[in-house]
Design a protein around this ligand. Sequence first.
Ligand SMILES: NC(=O)C1=CN([C@@H]2O[C@H](COP(=O)(O)OP(=O)(O)OC[C@H]3O[C@@H](n4cnc5c(N)ncnc54)[C@H](O)[C@@H]3O)[C@@H](O)[C@H]2O)C=CC1
Ligand SMILES: O=C(O)CCC(=O)C(=O)O
Length: 411
Amino acid sequence: MNALAATNRNFRLASRLLGLDSKLEKSLLIPFREIKVECTIPKDDGTLASYVGFRVQHDNARGPMKGGIRYHPEVDPDEVNALAQLMTWKTAVADIPYGGAKGGIGCNPRDLSKSELERLTRVFTQKIHDLIGIHTDVPAPDMGTNAQTMAWILDEYSKFHGHSPAVVTGKPIDLGGSLGREAATGRGVVYATEALLAEYGKSIKGMTFVIQGFGNVGSWASRLIHEKGGKVIAVSDITGAVKNPNGIDISELLKHKEATGSLKSFSDGDSMDPNELLVHECDVLIPCALGGVLNRENAADVKAKFIIEAANHPTDPEADEVLSKKGVIILPDIYANAGGVTVSYFEWVQNIQGFMWDEERVNMELKKYMTQAFHNIKNMCQTHDCSLRMGAFTLGVNRVARATILRGWEA
Ligand SMILES: NC(=O)C1=CN([C@@H]2O[C@H](COP(=O)(O)OP(=O)(O)OC[C@H]3O[C@@H](n4cnc5c(N)ncnc54)[C@H](O)[C@@H]3O)[C@@H](O)[C@H]2O)C=CC1
Ligand SMILES: O=C(O)CCC(=O)C(=O)O
């Protein structure tokens, strides 16, 4: 099932649990606006190359639309649509005053030089600058993009609209970024994991973790879990996978990756088949890379007791069913990875106030939001006698539905 069909399915299940009116259900599913633009840039060798960029603005009932921009070869309209919709429910679950959006460009950032990436980002911004804005749609980083990408968007956008730091979040600190934003998604994953494990009388210390993806989210989650005494026994990224049953020294792995650009040939662990990683024996599995990685092909073989969805949409509905039957507890993406957008919200607030918070305050507020959201999800699980995924979906969808009705949807 593709990402959009899966997301629509989860939304509809939540809508039925909430007893939403069918016309409202339909209106909440249809995106506010879908943008598709052609971006042609000169490559460094003087030839021209064309790429397709997307921005899907899903819903703005609760506030400006918010969500990352992804650079990846598999970016397609359905996936961006699904990810935009997930942002709508995610911002509502986190209870931050935003709607949902997502963007992407179908390209492989690893094949582009820094100056080619800059040109591509600037052309994309030129095509969408009239449709984004501080109070309409605020982009941020996602897979394949980072603080530098946001700096280029800010610069290009500001040529048309004047200096506007709050138009993007996840910016470099020197351009108005927030302390703590870079680590925020991984840190939020850790707070979410702690909240979940506490329900089972467990804590991170001493438990074994397997982590897929060692980019922004995966590396920060690994680092913080390692610092809290968790044993990260296997990690993978696009370059390969490494395991060590005694626990990988994450600071050494970070240094190795920095020096070689790869997880290969790490001396403090053995290399392993990346396909084996998701079914490796562990207490907690944390996918931090692509969507759809847990599917009908591998779900039955998963050995983890807990899955924390740091990636967006890592588990397709078929796998969800198999894993639930096996008793695996899944903490859903629209909650587990909400730490990133929550600190993006703090960044936007700081830009609008023209006042910078210290990192301690950012992390303390993040913990408060993540803990509160977990308790709200649990309440929904009790009310509707449902899984954590449906608890999160009913929480998010209900808040968006209420805002939509209050704004006069029936008029
Ligand atoms: N950056 C953020 O603040 C947020 C990111 N997310 C989600 O977290 C996930 C990761 O995002 P980032 O860390 O920002 O991206 P990133 O681009 O910094 O890192 C992605 C990582 O995934 C790895 N990867 C790619 N293909 C892989 C494969 N086939 N097998 C194993 N590893 C593979 C890459 O090598 C890299 O280590 C995505 O699903 C994203 O949507 C969710 C919320 C916020
Ligand atoms: O920080 C943000 O605004 C969005 C992060 C994002 O794209 C996500 O949560 O999937």
